[in-house]
Design a protein around this ligand. Structure first.
Ligand code: HPA
Ligand code: ZN
Length: 361
């Protein structure tokens, strides 16, 4: 077996950057360019530093920060003051898709939190959703990427507003919304108050992903699967603590949206070398690799793949398998999902594709 702990990042990064990729777990609110954030601070005379380096620690995890859920979530609180106009919301959504396309993400599921974007200015939730959808559609056309949307709610906010968000998602299923998500402080808030909202989403045909098994243990994963109908898990890595729950997740083919750097920054895992991704993969779970919040975490999907190779003994073949796993777990209709998988197989393995083509009569 090839080992990559010793292969230099200078060799691996261009290789990984060029790979066609699939991203299933990326929050719009965690994807703002720092340069855009600084420009907004300036243009709107916000009571915040305009200088990028002074702004950075307010909106990005920085050495010396507490490695905790609370510190991490606090960055999103600061970012809420930047959503000042429809133009800004359009711009950040457009740039998030542009940045994904620039690192060769060919299929992106971008999740956004209508409440987070609407709060500061009191924008109607439905209008905020429309602005995001329109920007994403424009970026799709401009950058040749396929992007779908997931509407996200926070556990630490009201389930009544959660139901409103589900209605907003249902009304936009013909415009790129494919699923709903529950995020926020899993360590302090149960998911069960959101069960009626997720039941409604499921009955309307939306897919469901739940942040669970991140800041709480396997019992939270059981709640997500049994009470909320999770078809994928945001993180889910703490199923490693309960073999019976890990087995259930494996048997149901529930994909894990693993985000290694995020897990270090919020204190879920002590070090990258100890990350359970490798063990979960070897146990046969449907694992995928994602960024979570590229700006807040100062990472990219390319870098998360690199981390898996450098810290978890993943080979390039393992990385390619994770791209295919993500395509398999995409919230797309079966025919579109199969098209995506076929396209990725061809691009990830041109040699095999060429030989199988040439051997056909
Ligand atoms: N967990 C919970 N809430 C979040 C996260 C996360 O990883 N990222 C953004 N909001
Ligand atoms: Zn997340």
């Amino acid at each position: 077996m090839e080992h990559h702990r010793s292969t230099s990042p200078q060799t691996l990064v261009p290789l990984l950057r060029a790979l066609p990729k699939v991203e299933l777990h990326r929050h719009l609110e965690g994807s703002l360019r720092l340069s855009t954030v600084a420009e907004i601070a300036q243009a709107y005379h916000l009571a915040l530093p305009e200088d990028i380096e002074r702004l950075r620690p307010l909106v990005q995890m920085t050495p010396g920060d507490d490695l905790s859920a609370e510190t991490f979530i606090a960055k999103f609180g600061v970012l809420r003051s930047f959503y000042r106009s429809p133009e800004i919301i359009d711009r950040v959504a457009y740039e998030a898709v542009a940045d994904a396309a620039a690192e060769h993400i060919v299929y992106l599921e971008l999740r956004f939190t209508p409440l987070a974007l609407a709060r500061e200015m009191g924008f109607p939730l439905a209008e905020v959703a429309d602005w995001v959808l329109a920007a994403v559609r424009r970026a799709e056309a401009d950058f040749g990427i396929t992007a779908r949307l997931i509407v996200s709610m926070n556990r630490h906010e009201s389930p009544q507003l959660g139901e409103q968000c589900v209605d907003i998602a249902i009304e936009r299923m013909d415009r790129g919304v494919v699923g709903v998500d529950l995020a926020g402080l899993e360590n302090h808030y149960a998911g069960s108050p959101f069960a009626p909202a997720f039941r409604k989403a499921r009955e309307a045909g939306l897919a469901i992903t739940i942040h669970a098994g991140e800041w709480a243990g396997p019992e939270s994963v059981l709640e997500a699967v049994e009470e909320l109908g999770a078809m994928r898990l945001g993180h889910g890595v703490r199923v490693i603590e309960a073999p019976s729950v890990a087995a259930l997740v494996r048997e149901r083919g529930i994909a894990l949206e693993v985000c290694p750097t995020s897990n270090i920054q919020t204190g879920v895992v002590k070090s990258l070398d100890e990350h359970p991704l490798r063990a979960l993969y070897q146990m046969g779970l449907l694992t995928t690799i994602n960024t979570d919040d590229p700006q807040v975490s100062a990472t990219t999907l390319t870098n998360e793949y690199l981390v898996a190779m450098q810290h978890l003994d993943f080979t390039l073949e393992d990385i390619k398998q994770h791209v295919l796993n993500a395509a398999q777990a995409a919230f797309l209709p079966a025919a579109e999902r199969e098209d995506l998988i076929r396209r990725l197989r061809a691009e990830l393995d041109p040699a095999r594709q060429a030989s199988s083509t040439s051997s056909s009569p």
